[in-house]
Design a protein around this ligand. Structure first.
Ligand SMILES: Cc1cc2nc3c(=O)[nH]c(=O)nc-3n(C[C@H](O)[C@H](O)[C@H](O)COP(=O)(O)OP(=O)(O)OC[C@H]3O[C@@H](n4cnc5c(N)ncnc54)[C@H](O)[C@@H]3O)c2cc1C
Length: 562
């Protein structure tokens, strides 16, 4: 296996929404600094926005809502467990960000001279319609005009820490297996959440809602490096188009569609939350459906236009294949797999309003960070903030290269173990079993017994991963590293879930042994960190950071979103 060594000022891990924005901003902030991106796929189409997106979910449009309104709504949506600082910062920068995107050619359509702002939160509207099938391409082409070095098909495997600060990362080319040691003064982790966590009901390993390349690598890189994480017990699932796992609620309900349960009872009055729709399902009243047959041809066409071009173009073939025409047939919805995410949920590397994680030189942005439920706005704004803070930081750091020998040796030892030709289980089968067990033991309804079994089982899988699987080629090796990450996410999530001895966030953290919410003890963030002595995850509780002193009465409603 070939090994290469490179050096940079800023290394960005993950070239999706947050990563590409971090790269662009780093070059804007200081065109002379060196910027390298490790991207597991190809940056032009990678991540949650392989093509376009139909809305920028959080923008405080002047005259419609203020950043303070947003923090109020966000705290409410997170049931009180949210650091206000980062969300406030995101909201303050959301409108300037939108103006910047417009300048770059991103289309936010106006109707009667106004942007369309949709209410998907409990109190005010922040979701601005965007009609841009080429969003990622626009950003990618801009980046190509800089001298930023993008290493496509490169998966980060380990962060390098030297003298208590970030010193780079080790990556691997996912086609050739080449090991790349990247010395860096600052590292921005933007590798998304853990999309491949539970198994989707459609049974396909990659048939998940979120980007399937995201296997919680960033959570583990940061955890192993000694950084703080939070929200790991927030085991999220959505309710979207059954079998293809594509969003639909926001696009259709805001345009007059009806939402019905299996008994044909309408659920679209008022403000149906994801939580309430999932409850219908668990109460035996699923599958819920979206009905559009009463809508005008013009409305249906506008919905098709968004769904088939910007949101998930594969939907067109999917509905064609099933003979579903929105004018006549309902669209079946269903629950997604369970996953971990800082953009839809609150799982992430702990960052402050400057995107700084708890290790000097480490920054996080997007779904890997805990800027709770920030969606694309969070990814873009925090990509920019991370770049700005890192740019200032690298000016203070010397050019000395770290000793990465130990890290490379550990990676090579793992690879050697996986070259055991006696092993028989394919990595796909192994992943299937791991994720089935995550569904069995780690997702709600949770209880102490199941969570203990979950930890024990995941620890067992961690050992078996190096004994039982067959690795024939680099592709298998990449998947083996991904499964290692999924298993670690499982252990971290179960450990946090065990400590949260209450129920919160509806079915996302329901403990049958502690069925009630306990604000006095648990309206807190659970901070998970590697204990340097035991090498096991330790959990501590801390109060959410308050900057605006938002009210205390949470009715527990969550927003519709996508
Ligand atoms: C289907 C869908 C629809 C959505 N619709 C909307 C919407 O309309 N409006 C809105 O505001 N938000 C929306 N969101 C949310 C929003 O898209 C995400 O919050 C945001 O894009 C996350 O950006 P990110 O950079 O954190 O992750 P991503 O964009 O997923 O990027 C992560 C990148 O990291 C790479 N990667 C992973 N592991 C590694 C590794 N080990 N080494 C190197 N690279 C790695 C991946 O290949 C990927 O390119 C939607 C999300 C989904 C899934």
């Amino acid at each position: 296996m070939k090994t290469s060594v490179i050096s940079t000022d800023i290394l960005i891990i993950g070239g999706g929404s947050a990563g590409i924005m971090a790269a662009l901003r780093s070059k804007e902030a200081n065109p002379d600094q060196r910027v390298v991106v490790f991207e597991k796929g190809h940056m032009k189409y990678s991540g949650c926005i392989p093509r376009g997106m139909d809305a920028l979910n959080i923008v405080t449009v002047p005259g419609v809502a203020t950043p303070e309104d947003y923090v109020d709504d966000a705290v409410l949506g997170c049931d009180g467990v949210l650091d206000e600082g980062p969300s406030y910062e995101m909201a303050k920068r959301s409108w300037p960000l939108m103006q910047k995107l417009i300048e770059w050619g991103v289309n936010f359509p106006k109707y009667d001279g106004e942007y369309e702002v949709v209410k998907a939160h409990a109190k005010k509207g922040y979701t601005v319609t965007m009609k841009e099938p080429n969003l990622k391409t626009i950003l990618y082409e801009r980046l190509q005009k800089t001298d930023c070095i993008v290493l496509n098909r490169t998966m980060a495997l380990e962060l390098i820490v030297e003298d208590g600060r970030m010193a780079g990362a080790i990556g691997m080319n996912i086609r050739t297996g080449e090991i790349i040691i990247c010395n860096a003064k600052a590292v921005i982790v933007s590798s998304g959440g853990c999309a491949r966590f539970g198994l989707p009901p459609n049974g396909y390993l990659y048939g998940v809602y979120d980007c399937p390349a995201n296997t919680g690598d960033g959570y583990n890189l940061a955890y192993r490096a000694g950084a703080e994480l939070t929200g790991l017990e927030y085991t999220l699932h959505y309710y979207i188009i059954k079998d293809i796992s594509s969003p639909l609620l926001y696009i259709t309900l805001t345009r007059g569609a009806q939402l019905l349960n299996a008994f044909d009872e309408r659920l679209d009055f008022g403000h149906p939350s994801i939580k309430s729709i999932i409850k219908e399902h668990t109460d035996g009243k699923g599958y819920s459906r979206i009905r559009m047959s009463h809508l005008s041809e013009e409305k249906i066409k506008s919905i098709e236009d968004i769904l088939f071009t910007t949101e998930k173009p594969a939907c067109e073939r999917f509905f064609e294949g099933r003979g579903i025409n929105f004018r006549e047939s309902d669209i079946e919805l269903g629950p997604t797999e369970t996953y971990l995410c800082g953009g839809h949920g609150i799982t992430g590397i702990v960052v402050n309003e400057k995107a700084e994680a708890s290790i000097p030189g480490l920054y996080a942005a997007g779904d890997v960070a805990n800027v709770g439920r920030g969606h694309l706005s969070g990814a873009f704004v925090f990509g920019e903030i991370a770049a700005e803070t890192a740019t200032e930081y690298v000016k203070t750091v010397s050019n000395e290269l770290a000793d990465s020998t130990g890290y490379v040796d550990t990676i090579k030892e793992k690879i050697e173990k996986w070259q055991n030709t006696e092993a028989e289980v394919s990595i796909e089968e192994f992943e299937y079993k791991t994720r089935r067990l995550i569904g069995e033991f780690l997702t709600a309804p949770k209880n102490e017994y199941k969570l203990n079994r979950g930890i024990e089982t995941m620890q067992g899988m961690q050992k078996e991963l190096f004994k039982k699987i067959r690795v024939n080629r680099v592709h298998d090796l990449v998947k083996a590293f991904e499964v290692e990450s999924i298993i670690s996410c499982g252990i971290l999530s179960a450990t946090a879930s065990k400590e949260r001895k209450e129920s919160r966030w509806g079915s996302w953290h329901y403990r049958s042994d502690y069925p009630n919410k306990d604000d006095s003890n648990f309206q807190k963030l659970l901070i998970v960190k590697k204990d340097e002595n035991t090498r096991l995850p330790s959990v501590t509780l801390r109060d959410p950071q308050k900057v605006l002193n938002i009210g205390e009465n949470f009715e527990g409603r969550v927003s519709v979103h996508e």
